[in-house]
Design a protein around this ligand. Structure first.
Ligand code: SF4
Length: 356
């Protein structure tokens, strides 16, 4: 039987260090990338490579997916596990940080290894693939903890699983009475939208609510292929959100964020959910923006874009303390009777509190 198109795209792309030599770039660049790829894995599907404008040295997709020597530079405060996944992991492949939801890691493989990834230090091991034994143990934990209502499939990229493996997880979760939603975090609607087939949709459709959270960082990642699969997923009844990461030199421009948020909402029908501050993962410092600079960018979204287009800017506090919103503060002062605010244009304005 011929391979599905998405598997061909993977096979024809960059799959390992040796494939880097096929790129139409200088030998010196290939040598640097080869050296970095000995520490951090590299993989890019042909489809995503085709979206790179090779004549542009600052191409936003190229920066996100091709290794840079800057990844080998780190700071003593950067961490292997910046958001504390392991600290809150009672059983293998599961993190229980917040009371009513858990993260499940069915695989640590991805279609594309993003150079800024906060889990890049976990993704080095090729043997960390789907394991029914590990899933059964994690699912037993979910069953025994009735406070859990939502299970988030993360990784790695859960859409790297076979349809049967995803269906297995879906069917098991469907039988647990206290589970009300499955959330799937995937980068593949940008990197390899061909992965979304009617068979995949059937494997994870049923009585359980499914929320698909895409990861799209730049408008250049949005194509007619992505738009078509988003439409199929919406028509099949999936809730659709996007999370992105603010990345220096990739999307830290007002115009880029305006276009990205509008394209997500108006073209894809996907609600911007989180804009993540780039976590303190080792080897990602060159992507990190300053918090105050990013707050200034966020100020230029509120009031200028529809409320539907506003993501929440968040920081995952190192050590596993969870996310906090770190967007700009519009409250300037308050006392028992009145509040002073700054409008989206920066004008000072007051509000008198009247409670009968
Ligand atoms: S697809 Fe997600 S988990 Fe995989 S490298 Fe990219 S950001 Fe990390």
């Amino acid at each position: 039987m011929p391979h599905p198109q998405w598997q061909n795209e993977l096979q024809n792309g960059i799959q390992n260090i040796e494939d880097l030599a096929r790129l139409n770039i200088s030998k010196e660049e290939i040598s640097i990338m080869t050296n970095v790829a000995k520490t951090y894995k590299v993989r890019v599907p042909q489809y995503f490579l085709n979206l790179i404008e090779w004549e542009n040295p600052n191409d936003p997709i190229r920066k996100q997916v091709l290794p840079s020597e800057k990844e080998l530079v780190s700071n003593a405060f950067e961490l292997e596990d910046p958001i504390g996944d392991q600290k809150h992991s009672p059983v293998e492949r599961l993190t229980h940080r917040y009371q009513d939801r858990v993260l499940l890691f069915p695989t640590y493989q991805c279609s594309t290894y993003c150079r800024f990834c906060f889990r890049k230090n976990f993704l080095r091991d090729n043997s960390q693939v789907f394991s029914r034994k590990a899933m059964d143990e994690a699912l037993l934990y979910v069953k025994e903890h009735t406070e859990i209502q939502e299970v988030i499939l993360s990784g790695g990229d859960p859409l790297m699983l076979k349809n049967e493996e995803l269906e297995y997880i879906y069917q098991r979760l469907k039988k647990i009475e206290h589970i009300r939603m499955i959330r799937i975090h995937t980068r593949m609607l940008a990197t390899l939208p061909q992965r979304v087939t009617s068979d995949l949709i059937s494997a994870i459709t049923g009585k359980l609510m499914v929320c698909l959270v895409t990861h799209i960082n730049h408008p250049q990642e949005i194509t007619s292929e992505t738009a078509a699969v988003c439409q199929s997923l919406r028509q099949a009844g999936f809730m659709m959100l996007n999370q992105c990461v603010i990345l220096r030199g990739v999307n830290d421009q007002v115009d880029t964020l305006h276009t990205l948020m509008r394209e997500l909402v108006y073209r894809l029908g996907v609600k911007p959910y989180y804009l993540h501050h780039c976590d303190l993962a080792r080897g990602t410092g060159h992507f990190r923006t300053r918090i105050d600079e990013t707050q200034n960018l966020i100020k230029q979204l509120r009031g200028y874009l529809s409320g539907l287009c506003q993501p929440t800017y968040v920081l995952d506090i190192p050590g596993g303390y969870g996310k906090i919103p770190i967007g700009p503060d519009y409250v300037q002062d308050h006392n028992e009777q009145s509040w002073m605010f700054a409008s989206y244009k920066g004008e000072a304005c007051s509000y008198r509190e009247i409670v009968m």
